[in-house]
Design a protein around this ligand. Structure first.
Ligand SMILES: [Zn+2]
Length: 696
């Protein structure tokens, strides 16, 4: 029996089936209406019985797979089960066996042998094929004997053995089997099976039994399937059991079915086709929103969650795909009192995408958890997971985390865009002076280079660009990251795993025994990591890391606060880069605006000085936000001899900053102002991002 045929699977399948009907059969050239089919079959059988000489044959008896004089209904085939006829209907095959004369009497000696062999094998029905082939003159009895013994030795069916012996092609075998079982042969070469039909049977059932659903006739309560082994009646029984529909088989070759399964299900796994379909569905659903797309069929899923439920899978896929398309960095799935709220973070700002009726919340959350390898039964503890979505040739990794909240579990999906940037520091959008300064910092033989800023300010992008800049076969670059956001060719990346004792500090110490030239430590979070980092820098290594500080100059202060001695900070740190991401004005709706008095003050322009500013008026391209994409603003501080002296004598932050500015550094605020004047962003946006640091 079909082991996974739980009540739920069956319910789901039957529910899906209810919406399916092949009114105008998609392969009408091979499938005719029931009545026409009957007529065709009758003709076929008549022709067959006419062809078959009434003279006795040793092979007649097993043709019926039972005693020659047995009533025709003794054979399930004869009873019409596999034919698409219920036992009550005319058992058409019954005419054939009734014509069979008593066979063994007239059998020759050679036939006697064959009968012996055949008696053994007849329970498997193999000789029926042999008989047909001999009748058709395609096989000699010697060949049959040889094939039978090979078949027995290899435990392969006779048909397969004949194909392997080169006596039959697969297609010929398929056609013979079809004839034997009075079925149609179906070549899959030009057949397309719609997804909704293919999915009426569970994927593992299809793979296990090599049977493909090809067509559903609702009124006739009939599913047409195709299979390579039409003798496997039990499979048809199971299909009937699962679907509640009668299964009517056709015959196709083993290879064609395998190839079909391989292509279709591989596509489904990669998500290519599914996502394409989803997009279409989504477009077709118009403004009604996707919740309506599946609402009619879904009962209360809260208690009994089916994570494989097709509409749920589709909905989750579409949420992921749309997020990627819209350039979101995070997807928030938030259970509320009466709904499940979906929000995307796009260009740093959360945006409500849709709300989904609460009764579907559990299924959606569970689907995401399953896809990202979490334990769906565990709902009370936070969990972490990962998943990968493939769209076309693009693969997108996602880091998923769950946390219990008042109304269920909140899910956050971080979309890791591994292929956003593949170049070095030249791609970071720095000014010439900044690029020159950064290049000298990353090419230092040893020391610490720090990149600072809040979460989501593009620090990893900058660090990876630095590593790519210096990456070469002559040096060993190792990293310890939390998490590895994307793989870097030629670089040894270690993911942090505190449970297994893999922390930044411990790995940093371990990496020092790995003969490294350059080390990237994801973040300096504690004194221990800082100490190990400084130690590495002072023993001849170049160390890259990040800190959560607001400006380059304040970072010095932070390092001292964490317990590093002044002389060590001044001698180990090569340079500090602080950065933020600001949204850029949408090109589709960029318009000139007259600056306000506040704008002039912020930009240090006198009231009568000419000043042109821009903003986005809002258009479809930017979802009426006026912004599209982001750009980084930087402040890059090289630890010069003068700054070293200031650090050693514990000078206040502003003194360090002033010195750096005097030596050519642009502060974050200065960089941001430049971007405003260049028409790349707005005063409001810089206010939002920099807040009080704006004054600097
Ligand atoms: Zn726009």
């Amino acid at each position: 029996m079909f082991k996974k045929s739980t009540e739920r699977t069956i319910t789901r399948i039957r529910r899906n089936l209810a919406g399916l009907d092949c009114a105008d059969c998609h392969h009408s050239n091979t499938v005719t209406s029931n009545r026409l089919r009957e007529e065709t079959l009758r003709k076929h059988l008549d022709a067959m019985s006419a062809k078959q000489p009434p003279k006795p044959s040793a092979f007649r008896a097993p043709f019926n797979n039972g005693p020659a004089n047995a009533p025709p209904t003794a054979n399930p085939m004869a009873a019409g089960f596999g034919m698409g006829y219920t036992p009550g209907e005319t058992p058409m095959v019954a005419t054939t066996p009734s014509k069979v004369p008593e066979a063994p009497k007239a059998a020759s000696r050679a036939d006697d042998n064959a009968v012996l062999v055949q008696k053994k094998a007849s329970s498997k029905g193999v000789l029926r094929l042999g008989e047909l082939l001999i009748q058709e003159g395609r096989l000699t009895e010697d060949q049959l004997k040889k094939a039978l013994s090979q078949s027995k030795a290899s435990k392969r069916p006779l048909g397969t053995t004949l194909v392997r012996m080169g006596i039959l092609t697969e297609e010929e075998l398929g056609k013979c089997l079809a004839t034997l079982h009075h079925l149609d042969y179906l070549s899959l070469a030009n057949i397309s099976i719609p997804d909704e039909v293919l999915t009426v049977l569970p994927e593992d059932f299809i793979k296990q039994h090599l049977v493909l659903p090809i067509c559903v006739h609702k009124e006739l309560k009939r599913i047409e399937v195709t299979m390579a082994r039409p003798d496997k009646m039990a499979v048809l029984d199971e299909i009937a059991l699962i679907t509640g529909y009668r299964a009517v088989p056709k015959v196709s070759t083993h290879t064609e079915i395998l190839e079909f399964i391989d292509t279709r299900f591989r596509q489904a796994i990669s998500g290519d086709e599914a996502l394409k379909k989803l997009q279409e569905n989504h477009a077709n659903s118009g403004n009604t929103g996707i919740s309506e797309l599946y609402a009619p069929n879904v009962e209360d899923l809260d208690a009994d969650v089916d994570v494989d439920d097709a509409p749920v899978v589709m909905l989750v896929n579409s949420l992921l795909m749309n997020a990627i398309e819209q350039g979101a960095s995070d997807i928030h799935v938030e259970p509320q009192n009466a709904q499940l709220l979906i929000r995307y973070r796009i260009d740093g700002i959360l945006k409500e995408i849709r709300s989904i009726p609460k009764n579907n919340a559990a299924a959606i959350v569970s689907r995401i958890k399953v896809s990202s390898g979490m334990d769906i039964a565990e709902r009370r503890k936070p969990q972490d997971g990962r998943m990968r979505v493939k769209i076309g040739s693009q693969e997108v990794d996602m880091r998923v985390s769950s946390i219990p909240v008042q109304f269920g579990e909140k899910i956050c999906i971080r979309i890791l865009r591994g292929n956003v940037m593949t170049g070095g520091t030249a791609q970071l959008g720095l000014t010439e002076y900044e690029l020159d300064t950064l290049t000298r910092m990353v090419k230092a033989p040893n020391g610490i280079v720090l990149v600072t800023g809040p979460t989501g300010s593009g620090k990893t992008t900058t660090l990876y660009a630095c590593l790519r800049e210096i990456n070469s076969p002559e040096i060993n670059i190792s990293t310890v990251e939390d998490p590895i956001e994307y793989p870097l060719a030629g670089i040894n990346q270690t993911p942090m795993n505190p449970k297994a004792g893999v922390t930044f500090a411990s790995t940093l110490r371990a990496l020092l025994r790995q003969d490294p030239d350059v080390i990237l430590v994801g973040e300096i979070r504690d004194e221990e990591t800082l100490e190990a980092g400084i130690h590495a820098a002072l023993t001849g290594h170049l160390v890259f890391s990040t800190l959560h500080t607001n400006s380059a100059a304040k970072t010095v202060n932070r390092l001292l606060e964490m317990g590093a001695p002044n002389y060590m900070v001044s001698s180990a740190v090569v340079g500090i880069l602080a950065q933020r991401l600001v949204r850029t004005i949408c090109n589709g709706c960029k318009t000139e605006i007259a600056p306000t008095a506040e704008d002039r003050v912020a930009l240090e322009y006198s009231p009568d000085e000419p000043l042109t500013l821009y903003q986005g008026a809002g258009c479809q391209k930017c979802n009426n936000t006026g912004y599209s994409g982001r750009t980084a603003v930087y402040e890059i501080m090289k630890i010069s001899r003068e700054i070293q002296e200031l650090v050693e004598k514990n000078a206040p932050t502003f003194e360090i900053q002033d010195m750096a500015v005097k030596q050519g550094m642009s502060t974050l605020a200065m960089s941001a102002k430049r971007k405003i004047l260049e028409g790349k962003t707005t005063v409001e946006e810089v206010n939002r991002i920099l807040g009080v640091d704006w004054e600097g």
